[in-house]
Design a protein around this ligand. Structure first.
Ligand code: NAD
Ligand code: 44H
Length: 445
């Protein structure tokens, strides 16, 4: 089962499952996370869609058939039905960082209205329709326990550090409010796996639909564009089995952390930096931003800092960084910075602030992470990409006033992995001024 079908899972988990040698034994029953769009588009195509791999030299097209059913998020009957079936072995998720429903303290946001409503609904009726992902999983596991359908694995595939334990914590916290007896059953029956996922997968536009029609001669309402590179690193137990993913290129390890830290800081960190800073300068896509020597210099500044703290050897960091340049410069992957900019309140704390905290602890204040933070503050003040955030009202309110005031409030609000101090605040304000001096310059040339 997959929760949160969108473009990424169709370029990644579904692609690995398609290419596993035992693919015929497996199928993915996918649910959208909130809106029914993807289910509406894919159901008439029997879950089939075209994956467009965009090489610098041209496109290749592949029909993916590993998604055997697609349901809207609201289809509770189907959802519980799969979990009552012992053949369901794995729940994967791509519900975005915001979908984990965590508060600033990292725990389940119990006061959040959707979370509170799910707890109330499940306590009254364990088969109730609920809307948050932790709520759905608790309802699903209650149904699985009642059906005696046995063990399974939960395998999150979102860009979050420690996504397995993180997801486990919010599910257990919600379960404790609904039915504390589920805890022991989960301990005996649920394996929480962790994964690092990587494949740059932009949103679909009409250009992709037209490309499929022109090259392949059929209409696909929902093709997925992606890059040639793909990586999936997985740790965990699969008591009910899994596709032979390792034969399709998945790396199975005991500890995902070094892979995840490298990817979240180097790739996603520089993505966030560009999403805020380069949209202020006037760029629209990652490739445009990378072609601007000033922005490229900002990215290199960030990589110098982030790379120095990774738990992988220096040669590996160099190779990863060189590969990222090629991936970001791929002219055929049109990855909109505005898409990456969403939900900074969930991303900045895991992509940028850990390296900044390490630098502050060592008495340093390097430009790379300070500039990324400054650019996010400016973004929240209305510069560059439009603000779209799971904590929209809170972050926009906190960002009022001067950059110094805004930065202080935002760092305090984020739970202070990095505490605001005078020197840091002055540095953020100085980097912000430099970025603002270039506002709109790319669109004026
Ligand atoms: N696109 C990429 O390049 C990429 C690469 C690696 C990892 N990811 C991970 O996959 C996630 C989804 O990316 P995508 O490109 O498929 O996006 P998408 O917009 O195509 O799909 C997002 C899915 O998440 C659901 N969703 C959104 N907010 C939710 C919420 N608050 N609660 C529950 N469900 C919610 C949506 O309904 C949809 O089903 C990302 O947030 C990221 O964590 C994406
Ligand atoms: O998908 P998000 O919103 O978590 O982050 C936006 C991008 O940084 C991200 O999608 C990358 O393209 C991806 O993580 C590459 O594997």
């Amino acid at each position: 089962m997959h929760l949160g079908i969108g473009n990424f899972t169709r370029a990644h988990q579904a692609w690995y499952t398609e290419h596993a040698p035992d693919a015929d034994d497996w199928g993915i029953a996918a649910f959208t996370g909130r809106r029914p769009d993807t289910a509406d588009a894919l159901a008439p195509q029997d879950g089939l869609y075209t994956l467009i791999t965009r090489n610098a030299e041209g496109d290749s097209f592949e029909v993916i058939s590993s998604i055997s059913a697609v349901h809207p998020a609201s289809d509770t009957e189907a959802f519980l039905g799969y979990l009552r079936d012992p053949r369901t072995a794995i729940i994967t998720t791509t519900v975005t960082e915001a979908g984990y429903m965590r508060g600033a303290d990292g725990h389940l946001a119990l006061g959040q209205p959707d979370v509170a409503a799910d707890i109330q609904a499940l306590a009254a009726d364990p088969t109730a329709t609920v809307t948050t992902t932790p709520g759905k999983v608790v309802g699903g596991l209650l149904a699985r326990r009642a059906a005696g359908a046995g063990a399974l694995t939960v395998l999150p595939c979102d860009n979050l550090p420690d996504n397995g334990p993180t997801f486990r914590a919010v599910v257990e916290e919600l379960a404790a409010q609904v039915d504390p007896t589920l805890q022991q059953w989960m301990e005996d029956n649920v394996s929480w796996a962790t994964s690092m996922v990587d494949r740059i997968t932009p949103a679909t536009t009409d250009a992709e639909r037209e490309a499929v029609a022109a090259a392949e001669g059929y209409d696909d309402a929902s093709p997925v564009p992606t890059e040639p590179f793909s990586e999936w690193v997985v740790a965990g137990e699969f008591p009910a089995g899994r596709p032979a993913w390792e034969q399709a290129g998945v790396t199975v390890v005991d500890d995902v952390y070094p892979f995840e830290q490298r990817k979240l800081w180097m790739l996603n960190g520089s993505h966030s930096l560009m999403a805020y800073a380069a949209t202020i300068v006037g760029h629209e896509t990652v490739a445009d931003a990378m072609a601007d020597p000033t922005v490229r210099g900002w990215v290199e500044d960030w990589w110098d800092v982030a790379g120095a703290h990774l738990q992988v050897d220096a040669d590996d960091v160099r190779a990863y960084r060189a590969a990222l340049v090629d991936r970001f410069e791929n002219p055929r992957v049109r990855h909109l910075l505005a898409q990456i900019a969403a939900d900074g309140s969930q991303k900045i704390p895991v992509r940028i602030l850990p390296a900044l905290r390490l630098e502050r602890a060592a008495g340093r204040l390097p430009d790379g992470p300070v500039r990324a933070l400054a650019a996010w503050v400016l973004h929240l003040q209305g510069h560059g990409a439009p603000v779209k955030d799971a904590r929209q009202d809170d972050v926009v309110a906190a960002a009022q006033g001067t950059v110094a005031e805004a930065t202080t409030r935002l760092l305090e609000m984020l739970g202070a992995d990095v505490l605001p101090d005078d020197e840091l605040i002055a540095a953020v304000a100085a980097r912000a001024e430099e970025i603002l001096a270039l506002e709109g310059s790319a669109t004026q040339s």
